[in-house]
Design a protein around this ligand. Structure first.
Ligand SMILES: Cc1ncc(COP(=O)(O)O)c(C=O)c1O
Length: 247
């Protein structure tokens, strides 16, 4: 991938030499870099899925978290169609412990998925599902989302401001228009592992992005979430990170 999301050209090259059955993407915000896949790339990927008969698994896990302007529509909304299985989650908007989400897919695929689900769980959690459906229907969930978006935008700004002020000489990042974390480039001279270890003594916990790399490489990046803590805590975290680095 690059700054525009998945490199569809690379996929085209791969399709020439290999059968591809499915492509998993998080186009709204690529996890973990937060990159938004452009509308043009989405369109090409959608067309390719029809042409080559592979499935797109579109994991739209944080669709609701967009703070400025309108987000790009999901690939699943492409009016020209796509071979797409769309996933939504309630983990970010309500609670991960609910273990609840939803799928939009073609009827035959849905039948297969339901059969698989039935094989492992006959009942589901109907009481909680009905309660959540009510939250959708009476508009409470939408109100909740509006409140969350305002709050999270403020938290994003608090962390971005704190980091720019205290650590601007060693960190580079864009303030994203959506998502739940900042993807931050750390200057080469900083040893992230030592910094992170020293942070513990000052009560600030963060981790290098290496844990998010399939190959486990040490990457000079941090993914810093901003949704969990309030503005004062985020400002304090940036301050402690800066103090730790000085030490
Ligand atoms: C990329 C991605 N997809 C999906 C999810 C949500 O998964 P689930 O709905 O199983 O909690 C997350 C949550 O962290 C995520 O990071």
């Amino acid at each position: 991938m690059d700054d525009e999301g998945l490199e569809v050209g690379a996929l085209v090259a791969l399709l020439k030499s290999q059968k591809v059955r499915a492509v998993y993407v998080t186009p709204h915000h690529q996890f973990p870099t937060n990159t938004v896949m452009t509308a043009a790339r989405r369109k090409r990927l959608a067309a390719l899925s029809l042409e080559h008969g592979f499935a797109i698994i579109e994991d739209d896990y944080d669709h609701e978290f967009h703070y400025e302007g309108r987000p790009e529509p999901p690939i699943a909304a492409d009016p020209d169609g796509a071979n797409v299985l769309y996933l939504g989650s309630l983990s970010k908007i309500l609670a991960p412990g609910l273990r609840m989400g939803f799928i939009v897919a073609s009827a035959p695929l849905m039948e297969r998925l339901v059969a698989l689900r039935l094989a492992s769980d006959m009942q589901g959690d109907a009481a909680v599902e009905y309660a959540i459906a009510e939250l959708f229907e009476d508009g409470e969930l939408l109100r909740h989302l509006r409140r969350m978006r305002t709050l999270y935008a403020r938290r994003r700004d608090a962390l971005a401001t704190g980091l720019a002020r205290r650590l601007g000489s060693v960190l580079t990042f864009r303030v994203p228009s959506g998502g739940m974390a900042l993807w931050v480039r750390v200057a080469d001279e900083v040893d992230i592992a030592r910094w992170e270890q020293a942070g513990r003594a000052l009560g600030v916990l963060f981790k290098g992005a290496g844990m998010l790399d399939f190959a486990g490489r040490d990457l000079q990046f941090l993914r810093l979430g901003f949704t969990y803590h309030d503005e004062d805590e985020l400002t304090e975290a940036a301050l402690r990170m800066a103090r730790t680095l000085k030490r």
